[in-house]
Ligand binder design. Structure first.
Ligand code: PEP
Length: 258
């Protein structure tokens, strides 16, 4: 693995991925409590299910917490029943959209190229795609971690060309998502360094790009993870559903960067 160490010059970012959870009442309470726990020393965002975006936008407008969606269509509009376009997300002032989450790749057969196309259309509409990459347990055990994440990121680099510097990358080992098995800070840093080096070969702005870690991040492991030189915050699933837990993770990033 390549070891690229960097000065801590990037802003940290913590993003909550609510997945298919919540209710209008529960979301309102969660956002209210999150707001009360802030402000945080870094960027914070929540990615909500589509039907809640209007409520979330209303609750968060004027606050320092941004919002986004968990997926988007790779198409502008048309006969794509059930899909949601980035143009629609832009109408709800989404700043971010997750693309290529491992649950989408695994359960909806999303290919590397489809993920790259989603990232491209997101940027075209002014949203920041959070491009998720990560290996399965079998791939890690077969020594393929580096090859897998590089292949996934490579499709996005080739599709976006010089615009690659505008994305956020999230390294999410599949075996760590929702399993309580977090990658150790050293394991995560090693992969982040590989990703940073790959980005560096594609853009001179790689040092300014945020690379998040996701996979069972909790308040008690966040500080160590976020202290790694190439880890710029986290993508948080389960722990983003409880305001106290999510706020504690948001505060952890504040203690790791100047
Ligand atoms: C995720 O879904 O992106 C995630 C990281 O989930 P969890 O934090 O629950 O592992």
């Amino acid at each position: 693995m390549v070891n690229v160490t960097t000065a801590h010059t990037r802003r940290n970012l913590v993003v909550g991925n609510w997945k298919m959870n919540g209710s209008r009442a529960a979301n309102a309470a969660l956002l209210n409590d999150l707001h009360a726990a802030g402000p945080f020393n870094g960027d914070v965002a929540v990615c909500a299910p589509f039907p809640y975006l209007a409520d979330v936008a209303l609750a968060l407008q004027g606050s320092r917490v941004a919002w986004g969606a968990q997926d988007c269509s790779a198409h502008e509009s048309g006969a794509y029943t059930g899909e949601v376009s980035v143009g629609m997300l832009a109408e709800f002032a989404c700043r971010y959209v997750l693309v290529g989450h491992s649950e989408r790749r695994a359960m909806h057969a999303e290919t590397d190229q489809l993920v790259a196309d989603k990232a491209k259309i997101a940027l075209a509409h002014g949203l920041t795609p959070i491009v998720c990459v990560g290996e399965t347990l079998a791939e890690r055990e077969a020594g393929q971690t580096e090859a897998v994440v590089k292949r996934q990121l490579s499709a996005v680099i080739h599709t976006l060309a010089h615009c690659i510097s505008q994305v956020v990358v999230a390294y999410e080992p599949v075996w760590a998502i929702g399993t309580s098995k977090t990658a150790s800070p050293e394991q995560a840093q090693a992969v982040h360094a590989v990703l940073r080096a790959q980005l560096q070969a594609a853009t001179e702005k790689a040092q300014h790009m945020q690379i998040l870690y996701g996979g069972s991040v909790k308040a008690d492991n966040a500080v160590q993870l976020f202290s790694q030189p190439d880890i710029d915050g986290g993508l948080i699933g389960g722990a983003s559903l409880k305001a106290a837990d999510f706020a504690a993770i948001c505060k952890a990033m504040g203690s790791t960067r100047a």
